[in-house]
Ligand binder design. Sequence first.
Ligand code: UD1
Ligand code: UDP
Length: 361
Amino acid sequence: MKIVSVVGARPQFIKAAPVSRALARAGLSECLVHTGQHYDQSMSGNFFEELNLKQPDHHLGIGSGSHGRQTGLMLEAIETALTAERPDWLLVYGDTNSTLAAALAAAKLHIPIAHVEAGARSYNRTMPEEINRVVTDHVSTLLLAASDASAANLRREGIAESAIVVAGDVMHDAVLMFSAEAERQSNALARLGLASKSFALATIHRAENTDRAERLHAIFRGLTDLTTALRVVLPLHPRTLAALDRETRDAFTGAGGILIEPAGYFDMMQMERHAALIITDSGGVQKEAFYQQVPCLTIRDETEWTELVELGWNTLLPPEQADRLREVALAARARKGVQGAPYGDGRAADIIVRSLREHRR
Ligand code: UD1
Ligand code: UDP
């Protein structure tokens, strides 16, 4: 059985790591395609090195662009790769333009598609990610949901029960797989002069926050305000760096905020683990906060990972109210959620591999 996996953006390198290892353990042949959606060393190359991912068999080098152009170029290049490889399965992760392009290319070639993180929904169609995951789910053969709630979303959309498997979250597998190595290899805390549980870790990159200047300003005003109570470390996504004006950036660093390059995965894990609070608009970071048992404040109107809000580990702050960030963050820091395991037990990759075998047509 031959599998082509398509990745392209930072979270997909992390999600692919445990699955690629599980495929190799099962003796299955995997061909890795990198679309090139992310290309900076700090957004791509570093993850291949740290996570010991195999080098891509096809590197499409697509790069940045408008949604239509980027997705269109990927579609054409992925079609060529799939036509050459003729796999039994296309395996895709999450909700990026790389996910959508790969799914469309495979669907037209009648190649069965397995979608990891199927059924996640924000029910906000202005998000590019929501369009990507809805379309991908509806052309997929095997829908690998991270949680029961994701599976229920799929059923509500009329997806056949026989196509749905609740596999759990592969990001949890990655945390368990790499924690010890991160502890050994990362010196992020010492380098940044941070004591454990004395700081907030923040990441902001979601288009709905970066592409509206007044929202981005309000979020940065909130983060700058928070630095008076807690040190704030912000590894900055290139999209946010490009959107940020110098004055706003200087106000944050001038108040003691620590602005750094996008972090490597091991440094990120260490910072997450030792943070007193995580502030984010990332999908993956919300879940990692829970795996590290750190309270999380999510700067968004809604989340796909509603289970964590229900368990009390995650608090939502609508970006329109970002001026209240300091007050809400300090309250969130004091909050511990109740225990639960909505995303499985960190063995999703093996379930995914087993499902690929069982659902092979
Ligand atoms: C993409 C995904 C988003 C995911 C995020 C993970 C889509 C629609 N969005 O958003 O769901 O959460 O990846 O990080 O697929 N850039 C660089 N260097 C890079 C990559 C990007 O400078 O290596 C800059 C470019 O200016 C680019 C911008 O970041 O235009 C946005 O990159 P893009 O891949 O289009 O979207 P992300 O915001 O990264
Ligand atoms: N991440 C990282 N360095 C950073 C920011 C995030 O290694 O500076 C990791 C993070 O630990 C998680 C993943 O990237 O595993 C999340 O990706 P991102 O926030 O870019 O995208 P999303 O999950 O929102 O799609």
